[in-house]
Design a protein around this ligand. Sequence first.
Ligand code: CA
Ligand code: CA
Ligand code: CA
Length: 250
Amino acid sequence: MKFERQALAALLAGLAMGAAQADAVNEVAYGSISGTAITFSELTDGATLDGLLSSGGVQFGERFLGQELAVAKAPRLGSTTQQDWFDDLSHGSPAAGLTLLAGAAGANLGAYDYGDANGVALFGAGPLAGAADGFGAISARFASPVSALGFQLRDADGGAITLSLYRLDGSLIQSVDLSGRTDGFFGFSRSGATADVAGFSLTNRDGYYGVSLDNLVLSVAAPVPEPGSYALMLAGMAVIGGVARRRRRD
Ligand SMILES: [Ca+2]
Ligand SMILES: [Ca+2]
Ligand SMILES: [Ca+2]
């Protein structure tokens, strides 16, 4: 019986560890995420996208049903006089099903061609028409949940950037703070390769044309057991082994 109690304690400890790790998102190398990049090359420079955009099997809009659109005003980096107006999605949370909504006409999404090998990128249009490029939110809904994603950030000038990853039921997996980043390729992977990332919202308060998104890759990796899972598996095997031995003795 003593052995059984110890095995049960180990089993419960393993379960607790698993639960504690279940909500983590780890930053990984962009290159480690396999998948076909969504390049937005079908969009033309300067295009204003008033409806939802479907590209590479992913839907893009401003926000999800349940998220409230608020407006945030923040000073431009390095300037005390100039301020920019941004989409703020920090109030409310997505409803179950992750239903995408488009922003108002001229304040939803747009395309900008950087004129280099990566060409056109997608930006969220902010609340002020005419001076809105990049200051808006971009939200994306995947065809099916994934365990890892990566993208290229453009126009990042060191301001505040937040990437929020959601499950299909609307619950937040994690908000990743990308503030202070500069242009580059970034990757994110769910702890234990759990394939439950159904979409994301990307918001920013980054001065000078906010930020743009390009080369989005999505991946469903084979689950990798974590130390907690190993402990759980070993404890489970020990319990089964202990029970089997006792039965044989009886
Ligand atoms: Ca591109
Ligand atoms: Ca917007
Ligand atoms: Ca910027």
